[in-house]
Ligand binder design. Structure first.
Ligand code: UDP
Length: 242
């Protein structure tokens, strides 16, 4: 990145730089992958570019469906320009099918169709290991107003409907995903972060039997191999469809 831009923040998978306009940022997607609260780390050449391109397409789809998002435009293949937001320290996970931590923490069997979407809220705090949190605790911590939280939950349900339908069109089953929101300069709530196979579970529907084929970060979590091939396949299906 051109050094006239100041690095404002570096996360596990992205770097955020200043922009000439104070209300915008430049987000660079890295090739790094982490899992289990960064206990597991690796680099996949080309992952940053794929996640950036996939996220850009998904943000465009959501914007076209009147979901407020931070995304403005692609700057190049692994960098996007976005509205600057103050991130709300919550990870909003929506689940359509039981998998991952839900099945480790409950007696619900992996692969169970949940009937209606389940939203799990986590406190975004690495030191505390992103604990599951309740609405009452969020209120107690004054993280955001109940009105704003309800608005975010409503947006999350709407986003699920849009994404579920979209992914089905490209033969992918949306199992679950994680969202982050923030406030812009005018205090509007915008969807931030990224929407990519790093934070969505996507199963291939092009399978003859019921075999689960993950085309997402579970490939890295479970050492299945072929992560770049899987992410490229998702990018290809998105571009063939749009
Ligand atoms: N997720 C994420 N970041 C996190 C935790 C979860 O993007 O720090 C995503 C994950 O990729 C999956 C969904 O949220 O799509 C639900 O993850 P889960 O709670 O099952 O946790 P995991 O099994 O990944 O530990």
């Amino acid at each position: 990145m051109n050094n006239k831009y100041e690095l404002i923040y570096e996360g596990k998978a992205k770097k955020v730089f200043s922009h000439d306009d104070a209300d915008k940022v430049i987000i660079e997607f890295k090739d790094d992958a982490t899992a289990f609260n960064a206990l597991k780390k690796a680099k996949f050449k080309g992952k940053g570019k794929l996640n950036c391109l996939i996220s850009a397409k998904i943000f465009e789809l959501l914007l076209n469906n009147n979901i407020p998002c931070h995304f403005l435009e692609l700057k190049n293949e692994n960098t996007m320009i976005a509205q600057k937001i103050k991130v709300i320290p919550l990870e909003i996970v929506l689940r359509n099918t039981a998998y991952g931590s839900l099945c480790k923490q409950t007696t619900i069997e992996s692969g169970t169709d949940l009937g209606k979407p389940l939203i799990d809220l986590y406190l975004k705090n690495d030191e505390l290991n992103d604990p599951l949190i309740t609405k009452d605790r969020i209120e107690l911590m004054n993280i955001l107003s109940t009105k704003d939280l309800n608005y975010i939950l409503d947006l999350t349900l709407r986003i699920n409907e849009i994404l579920k339908g979209f992914f089905k069109n490209i033969q992918l089953k949306l199992i679950d995903f994680k969202l982050e929101f923030g406030y812009d300069f005018k205090n509007n709530i915008l969807l931030g972060d990224e929407i990519s196979p790093d934070n969505c579970r996507l199963w291939d529907l092009n399978q003859k039997n019921d075999t689960i084929v993950s085309l997402d970060k579970d490939i890295f979590r479970n050492d299945l191999g072929g992560l770049i091939e899987a992410y490229s396949e998702i990018n290809r299906r998105i571009n063939d469809f749009i």
